[in-house]
Design a binder for this molecule. Sequence first.
Ligand code: BT5
Length: 320
Amino acid sequence: MRETVLHLLQKSNGNYISGEEISKILGVSRAAVWKHIHALKTAGYTIEATRNRGYRLTSCPLSAGAIMPLLQTRALGRSLICLQTATSTNILARELALQGAPHGSALAAETQTAGRGRLQREWVDSPGKDICVSLILRPHIETQYAPRFTLATALGIHQLLRNMSIPATIKWPNDVLINGKKICGILLELNGTIDELAFVVVGIGINVNTASFPSDLSAVATSLCLLTGEQHGRASLFAMLLNTLEPLYDMCETADAYERLLSQYKQACSTIGQEVAVRSLQNEWQGTVQDIDERGQLLLRTPDGQIHALSAGDVTLRKD
Ligand code: BT5
């Protein structure tokens, strides 16, 4: 019965179908229809209910069944788990990796109860509307080069958005911005020793169909839906994301290919040449960004003429 309700909603192609019509077709009461709608919502479907108009399906949960046929990757996403809820997909992906999950495994969730950014900051999502995913990579590179994957991910998301004619820029190291507002955050976590990298978990949060943010974020965050005024199909976006990222991740494994990746990253990065303040846990620097080096570090020229190579930090433009 629940499948039939879903089928009727899907057949309406994003238009409203009244509760009365559904109840007539199924031969059940309006209250029974409401119960099925409620069950579908709990399973991750977003269904708008409007008085006098009925129900409208606006998005489906991400599922391996919807994503897999769209993948053109060799390994990325070939093992794919889509959960309703996760504490943090990065935490669960790390556990999977420790249990031996293969290179390229992906774990997505409709919502996170403890989504996190760098330095244990919070990452906020709208349940069922965004993309929260963690990718497990087992690259053959030294641990010191692992930050390459942050840059490669930011570049991939930049390319994905540009292909949709959305004018994104990258703020070093891990933010993708549109008109100065953040649409995507990336959280890279490593496992291994200085000599040997066991695996990398790349956590990616993309604001897709979020229509409004909590007041503390609305000045700094944006979503695809806010930019285009449309809802976006998450399964195809998800597949395009992985299709875009895999060749870039491959490029991180050799010095020559990575050099090419870095030069594309630099072109997309709005931070180079800017007067900025960079804050890390211990320090704050002010200066002009000269360049990004081959390790992905920011090269900052401070007023005393010294060049500092910074591997992590929050950048703010001085004119802000
Ligand atoms: C990040 O950290 O931007 C990394 C975010 C990574 C999120 C993904 S989702 C899947 C995976 N599982 C996780 O638990 N995490 C990853 P950072 O540069 O520290 O930025 C965090 C800051 O961004 C917060 O302090 C807020 O100011 C802001 N923020 C939080 N949620 C946001 C959102 N949805 N959109 C834009 N900005 C947000």
